[in-house]
Design a protein around this ligand. Structure first.
Ligand code: CAO
Length: 534
């Protein structure tokens, strides 16, 4: 066995046969447990990590016998029956005093009819209690965790990982006690959803496979970052519920490691802070910015077909629709010099409240104030463009680059929020977005969008309207550039470009330009915003 730990198999672990495909960097693992053939969820980041680790020594697909030096053992909870084997399984009758109920995939709302199974948290034969996580699914709008409605034993999983599951169809069969009153005739409904429930499982660190001796509560995104940074999650102090390791715990651990500071013996929970005027008590623990793991080069070796699912599917639909809209473009440059200096102070002030303060809250708040002068930019039009609906609430969407792809959550009711509240809400959305746990309500109901591509790079971008909205702004990178001051002297200025796109059927260029001028004036002279702040 590789690694520092050499645990013998226990009833919760099974020795495995590895079928490794170096070309596709994937790993299929098969094993037999109690004469039942099993297949490992090869989509797991742990496995794709393992595949990467061995890509140098294996060129072809090959079978490695169990307990070969390359073997590892996997917690039984992470195994699922392969569909082909499932059909061969003997028919299960329920025990006396029990009955089998079908747990249907509930209506998630927002017109979602199908989802993709991302991960199973249970296997057939597992005992579950109400609210235990059953699986994580991804719709074309968000990732959600399906939780159990019943106490019982999982008897059948209806799908494999990556299968498409349909709303209203069975997801799992659960054997429940006949006396369980919660199971009525209405058992036809699946149960709702709690978002971002963490997964328990093995931790593998690069070059050092560690078999789990205790359970680590965290999310797949945190595990992925831990693997990228070669961090053993057992060393990280979790501050979430039941010691759950939150993303900020890991990021703070990485920062401390970099700066050579030792981890505190115990720490106070640092759940995302939504500061309000009432909760102004200083919170020293600042949230670290969510970061995406560094990308790795991919050498496919051969062509590969892939079905478009999840957020990408939503992008196909909305962008195809958007391109039917006649877009009007308008660009300008903004001198951010005063704001760049002012943000240093705002950042420190927000930090005292446990809130990370970038430029985005100012962009968003300034947009909201400007929208109140040009309400047509905060409107929507119907399909045939016969009616305009002016939206009362400024729900400003923020294009967000997440590990799952582009997603646009929105900060609701910006017209009612302080800058600090906007920043705190943005922190919350970013934290959820970074671990694929945004809720449907976070990503629906947007009325106007900003896309800060400048946080990645670039100057101008041609943003595409997000229907049914009618306008969007793309923000470029703030750069130190020479400019003339009022006296004609060349000075160093912090310059940023903005590119607006608007629905030219209802918005004319002059309106867009006037809106942009007002927005720009708030950024160039932030003091003028104070007059309008609520
Ligand atoms: N120019 C220079 N620096 C910028 C900047 C810009 N335009 N925008 C952000 N920064 C700085 C921030 O201030 C922050 O610095 P500090 O650590 O000193 O505060 C740092 O870059 C990282 O910012 P961030 O990205 O974590 O946070 P943000 O609030 O500025 O942006 C978000 C949030 C969600 C907009 C951003 O993370 C993101 O995902 N951007 C990509 C959007 C995108 O993909 N658009 C394309 C859509 S079309 O496909």
């Amino acid at each position: 066995m590789l690694g520092k730990s050499t645990h013998a198999p226990t009833p919760t672990h099974v020795p495995v046969h590895l079928i490794f495909n170096a070309t596709q960097r994937s790993c299929l693992i098969e094993a037999t447990w109690k004469s039942v053939p099993l297949i490992y969820n090869s989509a797991s980041p742990v496995m794709s990590y393992w595949a990467r680790q061995h890509s140098s020594c294996k060129r072809q697909t090959q079978v490695v016998p169990g307990w070969h030096p390359c073997s590892i053992c996997i917690p039984r909870s992470k195994w699922v029956l392969s569909r082909k084997h499932r059909a061969d399984r003997p028919f299960h009758t329920t025990a006396v005093g029990h009955r089998l109920v079908s747990f249907l995939l509930a209506d998630i709302g927002e017109g979602i009819k199908e989802v993709v199974i991302k991960e199973w948290f249970v296997s057939e034969g597992d005992t579950v209690a109400q609210f235990d996580s059953i699986c994580e699914v991804q719709s074309d709008k968000a990732s959600v965790t399906i939780t159990s409605r019943y106490d019982g034993v999982i008897r059948k999983l209806f799908y494999d990982v990556d299968d498409t599951a349909f709303v209203g169809k069975p997801l799992v069969d659960i054997e429940v006690s006949k006396e369980d009153d919660s199971v009525g005739a209405e058992v036809q409904e699946g149960e709702a959803i709690s978002v971002g429930r963490p997964v328990e499982g093995a931790v593998i660190e690069p070059g050092n496979f560690t078999l789990p001796t205790g359970k680590i509560l965290t999310t797949p995104a945190v595990r992925r970052i831990a693997m990228e940074y070669k961090i053993d999650l057992y060393d990280v102090q979790g501050t979430g519920k039941d010691g759950r390791i939150l993303k900020e715990d890991l990021l703070q651990y990485i920062e401390r490691k970099k700066s050579g500071v030792k981890a505190p013996v115990s720490s106070t929970p640092t759940s995302p802070t939504v500061a309000t005027r009432q909760t102004a008590a200083p919170t020293p623990a600042l949230q670290a910015p969510p970061t995406l793991p560094p990308s790795i080069p991919v050498f496919l070796g051969e062509d590969k077909d892939e079905t478009i699912t999840g957020f990408q599917k939503a992008m196909v639909r909305s962008m195809t629709h958007a391109m039917k809209i006649p877009h009007f473009g308008y660009c300008d440059e903004i001198d951010m010099t005063i704001l760049v200096n002012m943000r240093k102070e705002l950042k420190a002030m927000a930090q005292a409240h446990g809130v990370r303060f970038s430029y985005m809250p100012v962009f968003i708040k300034a947009a909201s104030i400007a929208l109140s002068h040009f309400p047509v930019l905060n409107s929507s039009v119907d399909e045939k463009c016969e009616n305009i609906k002016y939206k009362a609430s400024h729900n400003i969407g923020v294009a967000m680059d997440t590990s799952e792809g582009l997603i646009v959550p929105n900060v609701k009711g910006v017209q009612r929020l302080t800058l600090l509240e906007v920043a705190a809400e943005l922190n919350r959305l970013q934290e959820l977005g970074s671990r694929g746990a945004l809720k449907t309500q976070d990503i629906t109901g947007g009325t106007f969008t900003l896309s800060n591509i400048g946080s990645i790079g670039g100057t101008y971008a041609k943003a595409v309207i997000l229907p049914p909205e009618v306008a969007i702004g793309a923000i470029g990178k703030i750069q130190a550039l020479p400019r003339f001051d009022a006296a004609g002297n060349v000075t160093k200025a912090h310059i940023m470009q903005v590119s607006w796109s608007a629905d030219h059927r209802i918005i004319d260029g002059a309106t867009m330009a006037r809106f942009s001028n007002l927005w720009k004036s708030f950024l160039e002279n932030p003091a003028t915003m104070i007059m309008h702040l609520k």
